[in-house]
Write a protein that binds this ligand. Structure first.
Ligand SMILES: [Zn+2]
Length: 247
């Protein structure tokens, strides 16, 4: 039997739930504080160039060499170039952690068929216990903003948490868990949290992470990878129990 599983997507109607933590120090960017990222609300320039076009093609090949097929509507724009650079950087960071890259497709070209409220989604099929068609999709037009550190993001008040970097890591955790242990992914989607844990998750991470264990793993992984501290032994233990990607 083919069991469709559509991951809990990142909703764009949920901006209040993305908690801003001015005290944290994002390690991936030169800016020392979130508020510096927030203050720079620049729309991504619309300029296109043939050099960007060629660079995007080159990055597509480089990303494939790292282990993932990626598809862009290559319009030669600075925005697509920045996204391609970020995806390559994120994948290399993931590999540097010793994690394997699942066999998957990453699509920035299928957004017109996506639900309008979704920012990103990872879907797959489980067929006789085996994973099929692992596909990650991004609602490309929603990534409109840029920080001065060239971080492409969706929500001006939450640049780091709504960045393509954070979203990619969130979806990567779903893809990783689905590819290497699909039965565990199914289990995590249906299991409830034990007493008191939900409040801890909302307090230390956000409400998206408190939806179910599957979303918890994805948000926990994303927060860690973008350099945000989650100071909670309880949540570290839960992440381990959920078999989150080891970081
Ligand atoms: Zn998710």
């Amino acid at each position: 039997m083919r069991v469709p599983i559509i991951s809990g997507f990142i909703s764009t109607n949920n901006s209040q739930s993305l908690k801003k933590e001015n005290s944290c120090m994002p390690k991936l960017y030169s800016s020392p504080l979130d508020k510096d990222l927030v203050s720079f609300k620049q729309r991504i320039p619309v300029a296109v160039s043939s050099s960007s076009f060629h660079s995007i093609n080159a990055l597509t090949r480089e990303i494939k060499a790292i282990g993932s097929k990626v598809f862009f509507d290559n319009d030669g724009s600075e925005k697509i170039l920045l996204i391609a650079q970020q995806i390559k950087k994120s994948l290399l960071e993931i590999k540097a952690k010793g994690l394997k890259i699942p066999k998957m497709e990453i699509h920035f070209d299928t957004w017109s068929e996506m639900n309008k409220s979704e920012a990103a989604d990872t879907s797959f099929w489980v067929d006789h216990g085996k994973i099929r068609d692992l596909i990650m999709e991004y609602n490309t037009p929603k990534y409109k903003y840029l920080t001065k550190e060239n971080l492409v993001h969706r929500i001006p008040d939450n640049p780091l948490e709504s960045s393509i970097d954070a979203d990619f890591h969130h979806e990567f955790a779903h893809a990783y868990q689905a590819f290497f242990n699909p039965q565990n992914s199914l289990k995590l989607k249906s299991e409830n949290f034990s007493e008191g844990i939900k409040e801890e998750i909302i307090n230390k991470i956000n409400t998206i992470a408190a939806q179910n264990k599957y979303e918890f793993v994805a948000e926990y992984f994303a927060y860690k990878m973008i350099g945000k501290n989650i100071e909670s032994e309880k949540l570290a233990k839960l992440y381990k129990e959920c078999l989150g990607p080891e970081i």
